[in-house]
Design a protein around this ligand. Structure first.
Ligand code: MCN
Length: 775
């Protein structure tokens, strides 16, 4: 094992042993003898005034210990801010006090001996509402005279911005060819396997409210709880047990979580709340409901000359803490050109309030939609110009790096062209697209090229003008007296395998096996502040902090070892659990002896050397971020009689810089693609005209299962990133970003010759049939 490099190794996920053998510990596994269970009284109406809340009958139920409405708790709400004139801040109350803005909004919290009794109590709450007219679509919300979802919003827009305003009209009128697409994507729920949940308890010993919670962002939960409850940050400790997925839905703070914390503080008893699937579906957070109208001008060779886009995001009833309801429109408007050279760009983007559940930044955030837009434009232009669509892409791909786009973003080097070439070659060599003899069942092939901005540091978030700026991250790496290492990090994995990959990074720097490295995360008392895990930031930023901290520890180890070996620290290298002299490898000392000396025999340390062995670091990406890239290729079979689509083949060629663990990256890509396929073909949360969600269970909200998801092949290209410590770029969202466009393009290819082209997702059998019938 001497000289073994762990970064790049296909090391098995260390967390899987406990997770796969049922020994993981999730919030609901935490038991407290005196705990109360919480359940929420929720509004049945989407828009209403609350006239009165009477919880008397609730508290009379045997086993119900308390029930609180907004007035009883008297809490300030959550306010998320953008420092932009185009943004109007609003408050999300912890419990609705006088207005209801979506069906399922929490009005009161009921605390009982067990969850069943709490639900019984909920049934008896008497709330008088006066219904208002609900606004259930962007068209309705923007119409003249529409009811206002929040009084302070003008034309129901949380955010209305035109960040790029090139004069594109002359190009659009004179260009050889102009194509247009109207892309609609349905509202979705990220649907983590484990729903939201928390257990809050007051600790007299620590004078702290301890909140165990299924979240991606422990420190942000701490800040929100402290602010809402009027506690200092020290008085709140947030601990994250095992988390069964988040996908962005858990990177914002839920009002139920604050209410549970408030009840535990008030009652000085542990309070537990576990969301049920129905609540999760319609009363948590959604994402993805966007409407894009885009036109692009091309020359006769298929080169894009200008892009003109209008983006309307249906962001629901509230702005979420801390990212705000601006996250979808901002992301879409700024990043739409993607991998393509767009010389002129005009865009207007709005985040529109409706009487629906609020939206959180669901994995990929707006990029699945903007990739759909760009890829549909490429396909439409190719058809109009009689060119091959892959060739049109090739002619437009950014090919010199770094490239500063029309959107002001600087793209670091990637393998845009190489990934497309390899993806096309692999699928062509396999003989796709083969058309079957049966004319009713046609085969289609579709591609999508995209990049994914990852590792947003302070600068990238500051450009977005967030008032709470989640950029840097923190790590401490320490060695105990026995030579074993503990890494603490401000990132907070919830399925991504950081216990493995962060250990691989530290192990390389310290010349150890990763099994000698324990990763600790998800506890606000561990590090002073961390930003958690979202935005594919953990490898790039968290990993950078770990590597720097490990290097600082290694330096300390070398100093002590050099003293023991009577050598110069610069001549000492760490390898295979030992410190040895580079030019005289027979002279070495085990790391464990160095550690023992540093802690237990400190009198032997050189004068002026502090006892103990640890290193700390704060790392940030001080650019607009780093861009990983990929090309997805999908092959589908379309049954023209039923409209059913079956995936036959799926290939991803991706480049996320230096790959820390290829198995984990493959797993991340495959999971992401499955969610992208869900967006392309299955999932949609629709609302009726009264604002009632029509998907109340997994009977109506169609989640693809293993039967619908094909084998997904992943090929890696590696363009190392110059400004992350590890050379890694993030990739945790990419699978989700490319799949909708690749699948939709494949469906359109299978529809070739019918005159039908589809630009909206999901494409369900009834949409295909309807389109074919109405030709
Ligand atoms: N990795 C690697 N080599 C690279 C890049 C990443 O080995 N060059 C590894 C990382 O070390 C990490 C994993 O791949 O173990 C993902 O890394 P990264 O791209 O940094 O993303 P994050 O760890 O920050 O995870 C966030 C991302 C997002 S934004 C969502 S949403 C998401 C996702 O990851 N939600 C997930 N993946 C998920 N996976 C699961 N199982 N559950 C979720 O909720």
């Amino acid at each position: 094992m001497t000289g073994q490099r762990w970064v790049g190794a296909r090391l098995r996920r260390r967390e899987d042993r406990r997770l796969l053998t049922g020994r993981g510990c999730f919030v609901d596994d935490l038991e407290r003898a005196s705990a109360l269970s919480a359940a929420f009284v929720r509004s049945p109406l989407a828009a209403a005034d609350i006239d009165a809340v009477d919880l008397t009958a609730v508290t009379e139920v045997d086993g119900v210990r308390a029930a609180f409405a907004a007035a009883d708790l008297g809490l300030s709400g959550l306010v998320a801010l953008l420092e932009r004139d185009e943004f109007t801040p609003t408050t999300m109350p912890v419990l609705a006090a006088d207005r209801i803005r979506y069906a399922g909004e929490p009005v009161a919290i009921v605390l009982a001996d067990d969850p069943y009794t709490a639900e019984d109590g909920v049934e008896l709450a008497a709330v008088d509402y006066t219904a208002r007219r609900a606004v259930t679509s962007v068209d309705e919300a923007l119409a003249e005279g529409a009811p206002r979802v929040h009084d302070e919003l003008v034309a129901n827009a949380f955010l209305d911005l035109t960040p790029f305003d090139d004069d594109v009209d002359d190009v659009l009128t004179t260009a050889h060819c102009v194509v247009e697409t109207t892309v609609d994507s349905a509202r979705q729920n990220a649907l983590p396997l484990e729903p939201r949940g928390c257990l809050a308890e007051w600790s007299d010993r620590d004078d702290q409210l301890v909140v165990h919670i299924s979240t991606q962002v422990p420190h942000q939960v701490r800040t929100a709880v402290a602010r809402c409850l009027g506690l200092s940050e020290r008085q709140v400790r947030v601990i994250v047990p095992d988390v069964g997925g988040g996908f962005g839905l858990k990177c914002v703070v839920g009002r139920e979580e604050i209410a549970v914390a408030a009840a535990a503080l008030r009652l000085r008893r542990p309070v537990k709340w576990i969301e049920d699937r129905r609540e999760g579906l319609f009363a948590s957070f959604h994402g993805r409901q966007q409407h894009h109208r885009a036109r692009a001008a091309f020359d006769a060779d298929g080169r894009i000359l200008a892009l003109d886009a209008e983006i309307r995001c249906d962001v629901g009833a509230y702005s979420v803490f801390p990212f705000t309801s601006g996250v979808e429109p901002l992301m879409a408007a700024h990043e739409m050109p993607g991998v393509y050279r767009v010389p002129r760009y005009r865009v207007r983007a709005r985040g529109v309030a409706t009487n629906k559940a609020p939206t959180a930044p669901y994995r990929g955030v707006s990029r699945p939609q903007i990739v759909l837009v760009m890829e549909r434009l490429m396909e439409r232009a190719a058809r109009r110009l009689g060119l091959d669509a892959v060739e049109v892409r090739r002619r437009n791909l950014i090919d010199t790096f770094p490239h500063t786009g029309v959107n002001g973003i600087t793209y670091d080097p990637g393998s845009y062209r190489e990934s497309l070439d390899l993806c096309e070659r692999r699928l062509t060599d396999e003989g796709w697209p083969r058309r079957r003899a049966d004319p009713d069942r046609t085969i289609g092939i579709g591609y999508a090229c995209f990049n994914e901005r990852t590792g947003y540091g302070t600068e990238a978030f500051a450009q977005r003008k967030m008032s709470v700026v989640p950029g840097y991250d923190i790590s401490e790496v320490r060695m105990d007296p026995g030579g074993q290492v503990t890494v603490t990090t401000g990132t907070s994995a919830h399925g991504q395998g950081h216990e493995t990959t962060l250990a691989q990074i530290a192990a390389d720097r310290l010349g150890l096996h990763p099994n000698a490295v324990k990763v600790r995360q998800g506890d606000t008392d561990l590090v002073s502040y961390g930003w958690g895990t979202f935005g594919s930031r953990s490898a790039a930023i968290g990993g950078g902090a770990v590597r720097q901290a490990a290097d600082r520890l290694a330096e300390r180890i070398r100093t002590v070892a050099a003293h023991l070996l009577e050598a110069d620290p610069d001549d000492v290298e760490l390898d295979d659990g030992r410190c040895r002299l580079r030019d005289d490898p027979d002279r070495s000392v085990p790391l464990a002896s160095v550690a023992e000396t540093a802690y237990l025999r400190s009198h032997r340390l050189p004068k002026g050397t502090e006892p103990g062995l640890s290193g700390q670091a704060v790392f940030d990406v001080l650019t607009s971020g780093t861009f990983s890239n990929a090309t997805h290729g999908a092959v589908v079979e379309l049954d023209r009689r039923t409209g059913a689509v079956r995936l036959l083949r799926y290939l991803v060629v991706e480049d996320c810089g230096v790959v820390i663990n290829p198995d984990i990256v493959d797993g991340q890509v495959r999971g992401g693609v499955a969610q992208g396929i869900a967006a392309a073909l299955y999932e949609a949360i629709d609302y009726d005209a009264d604002g009632q969600p029509t998907a109340g269970s997994l009977m109506d909200y169609l989640v693809p299962t293993a039967a619908e998801v094909p084998e997904i092949d992943v090929e890696h290209l590696e363009t190392p990133c110059a400004f992350t410590e590890t050379g890694a770029k993030g990739m945790g969202e990419g699978g989700t970003i490319g799949a909708p466009a690749a699948v939709l393009n494949a469906v359109n290819d299978a529809l070739r010759g019918t005159g039908v082209e589809l630009d909206a997702v999901p494409v369900r059998p009834e949409q295909v049939q309807r389109a074919l019938e109405s030709r």
